[in-house]
Design a protein around this ligand. Structure first.
Ligand code: SAM
Length: 289
């Protein structure tokens, strides 16, 4: 395996290809081999599974994924890195590198042509500028994913794994926990990257529910309730919903909150995903008597 975590090697490789780190693409490459090896090993996939990697960079974690799993597809936005990946991954015949933006690529087509009949896990050291949009895109895609295991900014990891009523709990937590069981695996300090980012990171594994434990009558309404509840964090749930859901009168909202048996002055941040689901269903019933 090429030592892609060796700083001297990385710098020589990049200068030989005439490229520099692109801040706009969130490029912070791993320089401690123990980290990509551990992320790859703990991503939740089985040896016969396929992996979708987002942002392979120069192929540091991709090598470990190729060693451990049957098939790897890696999507990289930075065109300048493609020739480097051709070189660093030349030893593997189970990898396909696709140049593209994960936010724009046709994921159903990618799955149909590369992952038919396979269990798929996403494994990535994500660019921090776009972490939440990528996660929501993957979760909302409805694509048959087993796990999404990602290294992200530590604060975001804390939010995704947060329990109701804590300071870290927010709209994204409730939404992500609707789709998946979230587990924070381990922390990675900034010194493990080149260049070192300003913040520490953590690895989170999301195991997607095959059968969602929270079933709602209308998903769009459920997500609207969550967004409105956290839109005005300092307000009570009733006032926050009243400010964010103009199609319900305040008395309709108060009726649903009472029917759910929540305290009159409860704040949205105390509600679990299941409780948001229950509340959304009560609102649905009010509109569809
Ligand atoms: N996997 C490498 C590692 O761990 O050393 C690099 C990780 S670096 C934090 C993020 C990578 O994602 C970069 O290679 C960057 O060019 C790529 N990237 C950024 N935005 C992307 C996007 N929208 N689609 C695909 N790749 C992207």
């Amino acid at each position: 395996m090429i030592q892609l975590t060796d700083i001297g090697y990385v710098k020589r490789l990049m200068s030989a290809h005439g490229i520099t780190f692109q801040k706009k693409f969130g490029q912070n490459f791993l320089i401690n081999p123990a980290v990509p090896e551990r992320i790859a090993a703990e991503c939740g996939a089985k040896p016969e599974d396929a992996i979708l990697e987002i942002g392979p960079g120069i192929g540091t974690m991709t090598q470990y994924l190729c060693e451990m799993y049957e098939k790897v597809v890696a999507v990289e936005i930075d065109r300048a890195l493609i020739p480097i990946l051709d070189e660093t991954l030349a030893a593997y015949d189970n990898v396909t590198v696709i140049e593209g933006d994960i936010m724009k690529i046709n994921l159903p087509a990618l799955f149909a042509s590369h992952f038919a009949g396979k269990n798929v896990t996403v494994c990535a050291n994500l660019p921090y500028y776009i972490t939440t949009p990528i996660l929501m895109l993957l979760l909302e895609s409805g694509l048959p994913l087993d796990n999404i295991t990602v290294m992200i900014q530590k604060e975001v990891a804390d939010r995704l794994a947060a329990a109701p009523g804590t300071a870290e709990y927010g709209a994204v937590t409730a939404a992500v926990q609707y789709y998946a069981e979230v587990e924070k695996l381990f922390q990675v300090s900034a010194g493990n990257f080149l260049p070192a980012p300003k913040v520490d990171s953590a690895v989170v594994r999301m195991h997607l529910y095959k059968e969602k434990p929270v079933k709602v009558k209308e998903e769009a309404l459920f997500f609207r309730v969550i967004r409105a509840a956290f839109g005005q964090r300092r307000k009570t749930l009733l006032n926050a919903l009243s400010a964010g859901m103009g199609d319900f009168t305040k008395s309709e909202l108060a009726e649903a909150i009472a029917r759910a048996r929540f305290a009159e002055n409860i704040r949205g941040e105390r509600l679990s995903t299941a409780e948001f689901g229950h509340l959304a269903d009560l609102l649905f019933d009010i509109k569809h008597p």
